[in-house]
Design a protein around this ligand. Structure first.
Ligand SMILES: [Zn+2]
Length: 359
């Protein structure tokens, strides 16, 4: 197994107000986490995404509005927590380019006979950015741009995006909710941000009905609760969908030490979730998995979690652990999700008898 990381200090061009949680120190922490793997992991070059790649997801006038902030002496405010500074446009193109480069890396089989996984360590994050709207610290939706690139440049017929950031990936969902070639699965703290979406009954629209899966988490969800939802729902949906590539919106703000949210996930928990997804990727798409950094604002937790995910990408088996039996509430949630997603996904449908509540 070959694992490569995309990183550059040029992400720091997105310099923000010193009090903002999404600041350059995050990149330093991410870098430190990756450095713990030493020479067991490789590198791929990070170049900016092209305007054409970005405009496959975002409206050209919106891209132009972000481009116009280049070199701005004062921050240009897009929403209450999202402002572009002089170097933001450059950094956002690089962050999207890191995701695109990760996709290219896992398809570069000519010089990598082994299955490859990649981790794009870019910032700013992207999953809240909508077609014509910056929000939630995000400008360009890197994971969505990478998914579209895998279709355009590598001929992918089906791409899956799993978003485990503690916030709902509203931008990604909006980009693909009408499509059936890009599956979107998101686990997130219920009603955290944005509070207006990510409900479990949102399952896609029109031709995309069934191809959006939302897994809202309760307050203080544990590793076992997070893993069980992904094991019960995400894994069988992915096996049925059989994507050519799995992209992961890897945010680490569900970590117990991250004060952005109210979850209790550990670094090892993120590693176990990464191992679950890599295991599916090994079965359905020659292992091809690209992790794209989203949130994660506690620096020590970010470094530990990124190191754990990279370890899991190298050796998923080392993260295999039995889950404790589910509590009654948890079993009821899974049963409800099985009922909802069973009609679209045979492997989920097959779980019906085993998850049906007694009586
Ligand atoms: Zn987040």
């Amino acid at each position: 197994m070959r694992v490569v990381v995309g990183d550059t200090e040029a992400f720091d061009a997105h310099e923000v107000d010193a009090t903002h949680p999404e600041r350059p120190a995050r990149s330093k922490a991410a870098r430190e986490g990756a450095a713990r793997l030493g020479d067991r992991i490789g590198r791929y070059p990070v170049v900016p995404a092209t305007r054409a790649q970005v405009e496959r997801i975002h409206h050209p006038l919106y891209v132009e509005a972000i481009a116009a902030t280049e070199g701005a002496p004062e921050p240009v405010v897009f929403d209450e927590d999202t402002a572009a500074y002089g170097g933001t446009y450059r950094a956002a193109l690089l962050s999207a380019g890191a995701a695109v480069g990760g996709v290219d890396a896992v398809f570069a089989l000519a010089d990598a006979p082994e299955a490859t996984r990649a981790f794009a360590l870019g910032r700013p994050p992207g999953h809240h950015a909508e077609v014509d709207r910056a929000m939630g610290y995000c400008f360009f939706n890197s994971v969505a741009i990478a998914a579209q690139h895998s279709i355009d440049a590598h001929g992918c017929k089906r791409v899956a995006i799993v978003d485990w950031d503690v916030h709902h990936g509203n931008g990604t969902q909006r980009s693909f909710e009408m499509r059936r070639d890009v599956l979107f699965v998101s686990s997130h703290q219920h009603k955290l941000f944005p509070p207006t979406g990510g409900f479990y009954k949102e399952t896609g629209r029109g031709a995309g009905k069934g191809f959006t899966v939302n897994l809202p988490l309760p307050y203080e969800a544990t590793d076992a609760q997070l893993l069980r939802l992904h094991q019960a729902i995400t894994a069988p949906v992915l096996e049925d969908f059989a994507p050519d590539l799995i992209l992961v919106s890897a945010g680490f703000d569900a970590h117990a030490d991250d004060r952005t949210a109210d979850q209790r996930i550990t670094a090892r928990g993120f590693g176990r979730l990464a191992a679950l997804l890599c295991g599916v990727a090994d079965r359905v798409c020659a292992g091809r998995t690209v992790f794209v950094l989203e949130g994660g604002y506690d620096r020590a937790a970010l470094a530990d979690s990124i190191a754990a995910v990279l370890e899991a990408a190298l050796d998923p088996a080392s993260f295999a652990e039995e889950l404790p039996p589910p509590g009654a509430t948890e079993a009821a949630i899974v049963a409800q999700l099985v009922e909802l997603h069973g009609p679209a996904w045979p492997r989920v449908r097959g779980l019906r008898s085993s998850t049906a509540p007694a009586g």
